[in-house]
Design a protein. Structure first.
Length: 538
């Protein structure tokens, strides 16, 4: 503004001296009633003529200013090294002193730029050297790049493909079967579920640490709650009495993630209590950034996964149970083989801390999100990004897939829960879920997807086949920094029930597979259990 502003006023002075009578006609009697200033005295003509001859000192001054302004503009276009060592080397090549008394690095760069401009003006063939830009400076890269993976990763991708394809086929078959259900049956079914959701109330509460309880997850059988706190301990509480069964000790920092092994605590699954049942991630505040694997027969880890260089947040088992994903403040998420404790994938792609990861029900896709407010969907069979979730304006703290396999929910620090459709590759809409951060959310998936109930009746008897809609996927729960736990219908995305009882921010929430219980935890150091009066699920 400085040079241009002074130049305009200088030109104005010149023209007023040379053409004092060139101004628009204004009635001299037209004065401002408040200031008394005559409007006729205000020059408004801007059709200036720059003098071409030596008409005095003013034209010469204007010409000098214009020349100086143009010279600075051309000098600013000359690229010089940002590294001070390279600046000194260039000055030495030009036969100039590498430094002057009291000259700093910035002054030295300006002097080099001025010398290069002088050489250009003298016409010695020197032109601004665009190659002088520091090659070590980071440049924008839009191209994909790949790093060579382990042979174990190739085998894992093949195993994931063999595991997910049959499940995807079965899921599509279920959806085709459900497509024959009349709309009125769906409406009646979902209305009944919303009425039951409104019956949830506070059932019990238990202090689960001397610091905030950061994560709460139900065991598959719904009879145990694993609650991790900021002190690094994990308490296993019974349901519904919330009695402490055991305390698992191994982390020295905040426990950010807990995930139960698929089928753990279910007798028919064949998973023994002496084998892997639970995984947890922690770190930060000077603590080691480790992932611990636990059995239910000892209070120390049976194995530890090491590799993250900063706090580990959410962890989640692959539906097959063979692999574990972890999100970390080191801006990466990683995939582990839990049998060999091998790190299979170190995945970059987020510009800031990665906070949450989630597998879809088939096991073929993984969603990741974090502090860059962007979510990504990854195809585990190829390693490619298949969709980017752009729409939140704050950090993404939670992600969870629906049982349909193609919709995923995201919860953010902007207070919104958004739904993303992988088939349409777009955002389907959002809910202003909380007045503050949405810290966690869980979509009710039922027991093994809550398979569709089919009653095959002989059509000759005049009775139709009766196919009932699934309860799984009909609602989800969320927790927030407004101290509330909310239950939302996944039918019309309306608020079915708000659960209030925490005295501080709620950090985590979960719903049992049988839909009987909802558990939450937060800054008030408690785990709260919510249920219906009749003790039944939906």
């Amino acid at each position: 503004m400085g040079i241009a502003y002074r130049l305009e006023h200088l030109i104005t002075e010149i023209n007023m001296q040379r053409h004092p009578a060139r101004q628009a006609f204004v009635d001299e009697s037209n004065e401002d009633s408040e200031t008394g200033i005559s409007l006729a005295a205000l020059p408004i003509d801007r059709n200036y003529d720059l003098p071409t001859g030596a008409g005095g000192a003013a034209p010469e001054r204007a010409s000098a200013l214009i020349s100086q302004f143009d010279r600075k503009r051309r000098a600013a276009q000359i690229a010089v090294p940002t590294d001070d060592g390279k600046v000194r080397a260039r000055l030495r090549e030009m036969g100039e002193p590498i430094t002057l008394f009291g000259e700093g690095p910035a002054d030295r760069r300006d002097r080099l730029r001025e010398l290069m401009l002088v050489e250009e003006e003298e016409g010695d063939g020197m032109t601004p050297d665009v190659q002088m830009v520091d090659a070590d400076e980071p440049q924008d890269q839009d191209e994909e790049f790949y790093t060579e993976g382990l042979q174990e990763l190739l085998k894992a991708r093949q195993d994931i493909a063999r595991y997910s394809l049959p499940r995807a086929k079965a899921r599509v078959a279920k959806q085709n079967e459900e497509s024959s259900i009349p709309l009125r049956t769906h409406i009646k079914h979902r209305k009944a579920i919303k009425e039951k959701l409104a019956g949830f109330e506070l059932y019990g509460t238990q202090i689960a640490g001397d610091r905030p309880v950061s994560i709460t997850r139900f065991a598959p059988n719904g009879e145990i709650i694993a609650a991790g706190n900021w002190s690094g301990a994990i308490k296993l509480l019974s349901v519904p009495n919330l009695e402490e069964k055991v305390t698992l000790r191994g982390h020295t920092g905040i426990v950010g993630g807990i995930s139960w092994f698929p089928g753990a605590t279910l007798p028919e699954s064949g998973v023994s209590e002496s084998t892997l049942n639970l995984a947890s991630g922690g770190g930060g505040q000077g603590g080691a950034s480790d992932i611990h694997l636990w059995s239910l027969e000892q209070d120390t880890p049976i194995s530890t996964l090491q590799g993250h260089s900063d706090r580990v947040c959410r962890v989640e088992f692959h539906p097959s149970g063979k692999y574990l994903a972890s999100a970390s403040f080191d801006t990466t998420w990683r995939l582990w083989d839990v049998e060999t404790t091998t790190e299979l994938v170190l995945q970059e792609g987020h510009s800031r801390q990665v906070y949450t990861v989630s597998f879809n029900t088939d096991g073929s896709l993984l969603a990741s999100g974090g502090f860059d407010s962007i979510g990504r969907i990854w195809d585990l069979r190829s390693g490619r990004t298949v969709m980017i979730l752009e729409g939140h304006i704050r950090e993404i703290y939670s992600l969870d897939w629906g049982i349909d396999g193609y919709r995923v929910l995201s919860g953010s620090g902007d207070g919104w829960v958004k739904c993303w459709d992988l088939r349409a590759v777009r955002n389907l809409g959002g809910i202003g879920a909380h007045n503050g951060n949405v810290s966690d959310l869980r979509w009710f998936k039922g027991i093994d997807g809550d398979t569709t109930t089919s009653l095959h009746v002989n059509m000759e008897d005049g009775v139709k086949n009766d196919i009932q809609p699934r309860k799984a996927g009909t609602f989800f729960v969320s927790s927030g920094f407004d101290k509330n736990v909310n239950i939302f219908s996944a039918d019309d995305w309306s608020l079915a029930k708000q659960l209030s009882g925490h005295s501080g921010n709620v950090l985590s929430v979960d719903v049992s597979q049988n839909s009987k219980w909802i558990a939450s935890s937060g800054h008030d150091r408690t785990v709260k259990l919510w249920g219906r009066d009749d003790g039944e699920g939906i």
